[in-house]
Write a protein that binds this ligand. Structure first.
Ligand code: NAD
Ligand code: UFG
Length: 405
């Protein structure tokens, strides 16, 4: 198919483009690079061994959209959006304009160019504080911030469009917590400034870029008191888009799917898994709860399995291992030829390369079943000190600065 991928230079979009190119599709990316770099697209093409068409432009700009649709497009995957929860609270109009305005403009352009297949990036944020977990797609929708509101409104607009245009086929994908990176370490999540999401923060602590992880609350009604989320590997998420595309070909109307593993991990379980994957200690400091956080949110992904034929395959060790490899490769990119052995960055690269012999290849058989992280302690884990440095503080947390996703 000829595919238009909006936001294709971003974290999830770039991983999805690799799989789409590898599957033989022709890909046009429309991205204004407001939260990404064209370098990611160079790497996408290297990884897939196939070129894509890149239009640096904005989904709110009609000329840019017309350029993107020129030559014929069969389906659109719409990633382009602003995604920082805290920023959306401070600048809600920017979020309404970019996310909602951009989606309306995109649907208008699709209609004018006769394109009626759409896969849309939604979020578990539309469930807000769910009454019960795991959540099914028909759970009540209640958003708690302007970013979440844009996702809910965009879902509703797409549903209304499908009702008005019976030839249109749309799939709304509600992502839970995407983490990890392409197993090559060439592309991954690259947050600007201090990360607000757990996994990139943990990776930076393991790399020595930040001194410790602030654990936001250990008094939740969960087994270890820390928040539980449904983390899924970004490569699994990419795969789900390919399945959703197939689905739009087979039927019309609007359908919605949760994308998660169905398995939740606490903050401390994530830290332990990352320590195993990296062989690095991740010091933690218990801090007060982050405003707006919930105790637990996990997906019931059975609908995606039964209807789309999609299921997450990568386990937590793969999520952490690939995130660490990406973090390490990023640091390696910064190493100058003069770097001396023994410096922090050089040591970091050696650790990563030991885990990933033959740089660039995937040392892991993909498709491992999801395992309990505690099932098989690795050699690395056995070398770690018996307890992490963990202490409490009464310092208040300035929470909502840059919560992304
Ligand atoms: P990202 O910021 O890495 O990628 C988004 C891309 O869209 C960026 O390359 C950005 O430059 C581009 N973009 C933004 N506004 C644009 C515009 N007006 N015109 C053209 N390009 C524009 O984010 P991501 O993590 O890859 O997220 C992709 C999608 O998935 C977003 O819609 C996001 O809301 C959604 N989502 C992400 C998460 C997560 O945790 N990462 C969770 C749930 C949903
Ligand atoms: N956490 C910490 N310390 C940190 C960062 C996070 O303890 O430095 C904790 C949080 O309190 C939470 C868990 O780690 O318990 C996960 O937090 P994230 O910020 O990584 O993810 P959230 O589930 O809070 O939110 C993310 C996006 C939302 C999106 C949601 C579902 O930021 O926008 O995933 O997709 F709605």
């Amino acid at each position: 198919m000829n595919l238009l991928v909006t936001g294709g230079a971003g974290y999830i979009g770039s991983h999805t483009c690799v799989l789409l190119l590898e599957a033989g599709h022709d890909v046009t990316v429309l991205d204004n690079l407001c939260n990404s770099s064209a370098i990611a697209l160079d790497r996408v093409q290297q990884l897939a061994g196939k070129p894509l068409r890149f239009i640096e432009g904005d989904v709110r700009n009609r000329d840019d959209l017309d350029k993107a649709f020129a030559g014929g497009i069969d389906a659109v995957i719409h990633f382009a959006a602003l995604k920082a929860v805290g920023e959306s609270c401070a600048q809600p109009l920017d979020y309404f304009d970019n996310n909602i305005g951009g989606t309306i403009g995109l649907m208008q352009a699709m209609e004018q160019h006769g394109v009626d297949r759409l896969v849309f990036s939604s979020s578990a944020t539309v469930y807000g504080q769910a009454d019960t977990v795991p959540v099914k797609e028909d759970a009540p929708l209640r958003v708690t911030n302007p970013y979440g509101r844009t996702k809910l409104v965009m879902e509703q607009l797409i549903q209304d469009w499908c009702t008005a245009r019976p030839s249109v086929s749309a799939v709304l994908l509600r992502y839970f917590n995407p983490v990890g990176a392409h197993p090559s370490g060439k592309i991954g999540e690259n947050p600007r400034g201090e990360p607000n999401n757990l996994m990139p923060y943990v990776a930076q602590v393991a790399a020595g870029v930040r001194p410790f992880l602030r654990v936001f609350g250990n008094d939740y009604p969960t087994p270890d008191g820390t928040g539980i989320r449904d983390y899924l590997h970004v490569m699994d998420l990419a795969e789900a888009h390919a399945k959703a595309l197939e689905y739009t070909v087979a039927r019309t109307g609007c359908d919605v799917f949760n994308l998660g593993t169905g398995r939740g991990y606490s903050v401390l379980e994530m830290v332990a898994a990352f320590e195993r994957a990296s062989g690095r200690a991740v010091p933690c400091e218990i801090q007060p709860r982050r405003q707006g956080d919930i105790a637990e949110l996990t997906a019931d992904p059975s609908r995606a399995r039964n209807v789309l034929g999609w299921e997450a395959r990568y386990d937590l060790d793969a999520m952490c291992g690939d995130a660490w490899w990406w973090q390490s490769m990023e640091s390696c990119d910064l190493v100058s030829p003069e770097s001396q052995p023994g410096t922090m960055v050089t040591t970091l690269c050696r650790t990563a390369q030991a885990r990933h012999p033959g740089e660039g290849g995937d040392p892991r058989p993909s498709g491992k079943p999801i395992l309990n992280v505690d099932d098989q302690p690795s050699a690395v884990e056995k070398r770690l000190p018996p307890s992490r440095k963990c202490f409490t503080t009464a310092k208040p947390v300035n929470d909502v600065a840059e919560d992304r996703g």
